[in-house]
Ligand binder design. Sequence first.
Ligand code: AMP
Length: 282
Amino acid sequence: MKIVTSKDEVRQQVREWRRQGLSVGLVPTMGFLHEGHQSLIERAAAENDRVVVSDFVNPTQFGAGEDLASYPRDIERDARLAQQAGAQLIFHPPAEEMYVPGASTFVDMQGDITAELCGRTRPTHFRGVCTIVAKLFNIAMPDRAYFGQKDAQQLAVIRKMVRELDFDLEIVACPIVREADGLAKSSRNTYLNAAERKAALVLSRAVELGSRLAAGGERDADKITAAMRALIEEEPLARIDYVKAVDADTIQPLSRLQGRSLVALAVYIGDTRLIDNFIFEE
Ligand code: AMP
């Protein structure tokens, strides 16, 4: 497996693979890989001849005062884990390679889809996500790109961007990978101290409660989210950002679960903001 730092090296390698008739899967990440990322890489390796993993802490998707500087980084470890999972190439560019000096072009999606949920607390986040993902698609020209259901709003945003900007590739959604006790795996879990790690379980417990209520026939979105909130509020280290039911594709708020519904939450555990969700479909 190769680690490369320039766009040209990625393009050259992908061009060579294409010449050989090989298909290419892309797994965009911010690094500090865990089994969630590895599940995406494994799926990509099963469905494509070659897999490119991008490993880049993207500054444009962080807001002022967020954790850009402290975000965990370990490229050596990432290279090992990516290779184990079946990747052939890691793209690990410095920020100045990714964004040419003076860059001022962004992919800026309008509407509820980027303004709701995480968009309320992180108003410039999806502009950064769309911009970097569009750039990665242009650099790696993959046949398929793999994203986790853990970031369900991101997935909806990327699908819409691909449709509307005519990217010629398939988006593949992968299920949430969890720790044994239920906590969704996240690079940000490393921020948690022992007490916070325990407290963080309220997220997956709220998800379990909500999906149990929905499976039991409850369709009133307020009742479901109120029950989830009440559970989270019992945890003194937790502070709710949002708990909300929306349409899984449009991210429009729902008063009743219908079609493919997404019930998503963001909760601060101490200073660490964590997310989780479930999809309910009748
Ligand atoms: P990140 O490095 O956190 O930006 O995540 C890179 C990709 O991995 C995104 O598509 C995430 O949705 C996905 N991902 C992160 N955590 C998980 C998880 N626990 N299960 C499945 N996918 C995940």
